[in-house]
Design a protein around this ligand. Structure first.
Ligand SMILES: [Mg+2]
Length: 241
């Protein structure tokens, strides 16, 4: 007949064994769940969160935007008949030049506000326009009323005049051409940087224009490339938007 002390010792051993078994089970389930979560993490998310090289590409890109007929269209008051849809947002800007005051009605391309707020989260945004600063500055102020979207502005005096065209040397905005794109409706503007260009159709008044929205998937993808030219140089020069 076993003694009482032997019974107590056996019970303790069984209890300890049970405890160890439960701890082992807990650790096993924890490791398994960690492995499962790691396998389920999307590739893009993993790249942006954990890959320092991808993060480096993501953070350093500059997007240079043209102004007229790319983001807005302006009409000098009193010069032409105005048939632009009242659904399009507009403002009036007074420009003083040579002691003369000129009024312009400036119209926003559809979706421009959403476009600018979205891309400013992805890129350093720069405006490069062939217009004079006296006109363009207040237009940019109107587009970026909180001064949170546009990092820098370049005007006509920063363009190169060649054969009557204003060419844009985007290296003044970003010297490393692997990290900069130019969106412009005028092919002459990107003559010096064809492989960095994203052509856009000229916008005048179409209230159903979706070109800015259509650009967002491309811009979203380009910020993760090591060199934007590796993608943009593949485009068909006749195809825009
Ligand atoms: Mg233009």
């Amino acid at each position: 007949m076993p003694s009482l002390s032997n019974n107590t010792s056996n019970s303790r051993q069984a209890f300890l064994f049970q405890q160890l078994y439960e701890i082992f089970q807990f650790i096993y389930k924890y490791v398994q769940s960690m492995l499962f979560i790691k396998q389920q993490t999307p590739v893009a998310k993993a790249a942006t969160m954990h890959n320092p090289i991808a993060l480096q590409y993501y953070k350093g890109k500059t997007l240079v935007l043209d102004l007229d007929e790319t983001l807005v269209h302006s009409v000098r008051l009193g010069t032409t008949e105005n048939n632009i849809s009242p659904s399009i947002k507009k403002t009036t800007i007074e420009v003083t030049s040579d002691k003369q005051s000129i009024l312009y009605e400036v119209y926003k391309r559809p979706h421009v506000d959403f476009f600018l707020s979205t891309i400013s989260k992805w890129y350093r945004v720069v405006i490069f326009t062939a217009s004079m600063s006296e006109y363009a500055d207040p237009v940019i102020d109107w587009l970026d009323q909180d001064q949170t979207v546009i990092s820098q502005r370049y005007f006509r005096q920063s363009c190169l005049l060649r054969n009557g065209n204003f060419l844009k040397d985007i290296t003044i905005a970003e010297s490393d051409l692997s990290k900069v794109c130019l969106i412009d409706n005028s092919p002459a503007a990107y003559e010096l940087c064809q492989d960095n260009a994203i052509p856009l159709p000229t916008w005048i008044s179409n209230p159903k224009d979706d070109c800015l929205l259509d650009l967002l998937p491309l811009l979203d993808a380009l910020r993760f490339t090591a060199d934007v030219r590796s993608i943009l140089s593949l485009r068909d020069s006749d195809h825009v938007c």
